[in-house]
Design a protein around this ligand. Structure first.
Ligand code: FAD
Length: 363
């Protein structure tokens, strides 16, 4: 018996969930979305992400499990499918204790601690000896992570889903229950998976007022400094961040950033852009030629994305709205890629529960 499934949203959360579900030929999947890979829009977080794997989930939490479970999948894709646009990259993390109470320091508190849970997940983890730390840095670690070229990876996910029979349709849905009537077969969907990110705040039938943005501004440059790096904070304000990552497959280097909670402004702030570029060169002089400042950066574009944060954490759970079975998978803040497979595995198991109940009801 076929299962009619609608995935609402084509960001990394929707596409990863659709990709896993599409591996079962019994699932007939429609992916519906206002924005698709190729679009750049302030309502669409996924294209703006770096994106890399720098775990931030607190040990013992569901978030920890989701990030832990995602690494093997990203590793496998990196090794098996070079066309997916992911590569391994050396990573350096710098911690300053003085950032502990700032927004960025709290965001990165698990990432920056000397003995994190992820040391047993990522390859090559080691603490940097204290006599090699730069002034002001209290501890640092290095490991091998991945950097995802979102402009290649998101279309790759679309391609995998299409190969497995999924159908993609543009649509703007006002109420979550309406999505059940948009399945490509014309039949009503058995289940709708809500992967609308920040828009879950305004989507009818969801209206989740726990959702809010953390604005991330970036500069994409052609310069290639080598390893990725990130710090616990900066001296330019507690919601300004500092990270550098070079994307696979010629995707350029992302210089970040900011973590501005409740800020919805989609226009790049050029003063912030200057601070971002200056900070990145200060911490990584090899970004530019010797003696150069920000004039040595070859800018591809400035960008802003809104991380879909949720008070109380990501929502991956079953729901029923106007008689329609829903599985939510939204609210992934700044970790949507690094938790993508973990969250999607949970969402898929909830979809299976819904479908089993449907089969039982028909007996
Ligand atoms: P989105 O990508 O926002 O997708 C939402 C989808 O729902 C879209 O297709 C949209 O059109 C659709 N939709 C919404 N409402 C409707 C509607 N009513 N009708 C139809 N369709 C609708 N994460 C990492 O893991 N690593 C990183 O290094 C990283 N870096 C980041 C850097 C920046 C600057 C930013 C902004 C984010 C970063 N993130 C990172 C976070 C990551 O980008 C997000 O967590 C992730 O993209 C969220 O994906 P999503 O699919 O849930 O939402």
């Amino acid at each position: 018996m076929a299962n009619n499934i609608v995935v609402l949203g084509a960001g990394v959360s929707g596409l990863t969930t659709a990709y896993l579900l599409s591996q079962d030929p019994a699932n007939k999947i429609t992916v519906l979305a206002k924005h698709m890979p190729g679009d750049y829009d302030i309502e669409y977080a996924s294209p703006w992400a770096g994106a890399n794997y720098m775990p931030v989930g607190k040990e013992g939490s569901a978030h920890h499990k989701w990030e832990r479970d995602t690494w093997p999948a990203l590793k496998e894709i990196t090794e098996k499918y070079p066309e997916a646009g992911i590569h391994f990259r050396g990573t350096l993390i710098y911690n300053r204790k003085k950032d502990q109470e700032t927004d960025t320091g709290k965001w990165f508190s698990e990432l920056t601690q000397p003995n994190p849970w992820y040391k047993d997940v990522v390859p090559d983890f080691k603490n940097v000896p204290s006599d090699q730390l730069a002034p002001g840095v209290d501890n640092a670690q290095e490991f091998t992570s991945v950097c995802i070229n979102t402009a290649v990876y998101l279309p790759w996910l679309v391609g995998q889903c299409i190969k497995n029979g999924a159908v993609f349709k543009r649509a703007v849905i006002k109420h979550i229950a309406d999505a059940a009537n948009a399945h490509h077969t014309g039949q009503k969907a058995d289940v709708v998976i809500n992967c609308t990110g920040l828009s879950s705040k305004t989507l009818g039938g969801v209206l989740d007022d726990k959702m809010y943005p953390a604005r991330g501004q970036i500069v994409v440059v052609r310069n290639d400094p080598g390893p990725m790096m990130s710090t616990s904070g900066t001296d330019d304000g507690e919601d300004e961040a500092l990270y550098i990552m070079t994307r696979a497959a010629g995707g350029g280097t992302i210089l970040g950033g900011s973590y501005q909670k409740h800020n919805w402004n989609g226009i790049p702030d050029m003063n912030l852009a200057n601070r971002i570029m200056k900070r990145c060169i200060d911490i990584c002089p090899s970004l530019v030629k010797k003696g150069q400042g920000i004039e040595g950066l070859d800018i591809i574009r400035h960008g802003v994305g809104l991380r879909p944060l949720r008070e109380g954490g990501t929502r991956v759970e079953k729901d029923k709205v106007d008689g329609v079975a829903i599985v939510h998978n939204y609210g992934h803040g700044g970790f949507g890629y690094q938790a993508s497979f973990g969250c999607a595995y949970t969402a898929v198991s909830l979809v299976k529960e819904v479908l089993q109940n449907k089969s039982r009801a028909k007996l």
